[in-house]
Design a protein around this ligand. Structure first.
Ligand code: A3P
Length: 279
């Protein structure tokens, strides 16, 4: 099992991200019109990707995650002639510097880490590319220690939060998309400079509902071998439940206390932390 995971610059990656690729990322040639779609795993990346690709009327390519694959990846992305929407789970510090220098637009999606933990637990159980976890209790401890793929949720969030006011960064939350998707779609269109009518927004929201996306994937209308998650290419593993607050069905009261203790300690300098976990 140990061979499923390797550690690069202190962060656990699956073997689907080759060390050679990770080492070469610093030389990646970004383009000014690239759009990055950034997340910690299980935060709603596919949902957001679905929305964003539907917003464009011009030709865009949603690529697989930049850290997914082997050394041939960079050349593959280089060859794309259309505008690129590039997903990634990298934390800010590991992001290829070219994206920062060129001030590429970056959209960060986050989610109540309690729900993220539960979603990731099920993902570990269903995804053959990830190590086996026997129980929720065991996974809960690994998650809090940051001993999971992509490392600590806290470190990931904090590295990006530092840049939430950068002009080229848009910060979004899964829970806000659940509450008022049309508003978030509008905000995204403004951020991406896309003109769109209210009617078109309604249409995008309808097509991006959990049930629509899940059914679409099952019918294989969308390529079942394309995900925006670096941990699998099997889309069928993505659409599980799609709700807010599923953590309440998994956390014991004791686990909840422990989670909040660690959350408050790790996030004490965070301005956005309040409000993310108490919904
Ligand atoms: P659950 O496991 O809680 O159901 P990611 O895309 O970052 O891998 O995140 C996957 C999570 O987003 C899963 O959460 C999945 O069900 C949820 N999700 C995917 N599409 C969704 C949609 N259209 N609406 C709401 N949730 C969605």
């Amino acid at each position: 099992e140990a061979e499923l995971i390797h550690v690069f610059k202190g962060i656990p990656f699956t073997t689907r991200s080759s060390p050679e690729l990770l080492k070469s990322l610093d030389n990646f040639d970004a383009r000014e019109d690239d759009v990055l779609l950034v997340s910690y795993p299980k935060s709603g990346t596919h949902w957001l990707a679905g929305v964003i690709t539907k917003l464009y009327t011009t030709q865009v390519t949603l690529t697989s995650p930049i850290e997914f694959g082997d050394i041939s990846k960079l050349e593959e992305l280089n060859k794309l002639s259309s505008k690129r929407i590039i997903p990634t789970h990298l934390d800010y510090n590991m992001l290829p510097p070219n994206f920062k220098n060129k001030k590429c637009k970056m959209i960060y999606i986050s989610r109540n880490p309690k729900d993220t933990a539960v979603s990731m637990y099920h993902y570990y159980r269903d995804n053959p590319n990830l190590p086996t976890v026997d129980t929720w209790t065991a996974f809960f401890d690994l998650f809090l220690k940051g001993d999971v793929v992509c490392g600590s949720w806290f470190d990931h969030f904090l590295s990006w939060e530092e840049h939430k006011n950068d002009k080229n960064v848009l910060f979004l939350f899964y829970e806000d998309m659940k509450k008022d998707l049309p508003k978030i779609v509008h905000d995204i269109s403004v951020f991406l400079d896309i003109n769109i009518s209210d009617h078109e927004i309604q249409d995008i929201c309808k097509k991006s509902s959990f049930s629509e996306m899940k059914t679409n994937t099952e019918k294989e209308n969308s390529d079942p071998n394309h995900t925006v998650c670096a941990l699998t290419s099997n889309r069928k593993l993505i659409f599980r439940k799609g709700t807010v607050g599923d953590w309440k069905n998994h956390f014991t009261p004791k686990q909840n206390v422990k989670f909040e203790e660690i959350f408050n300690e790790k996030m004490k300098l965070s301005k956005m932390a309040k409000g993310i976990i108490y919904e």
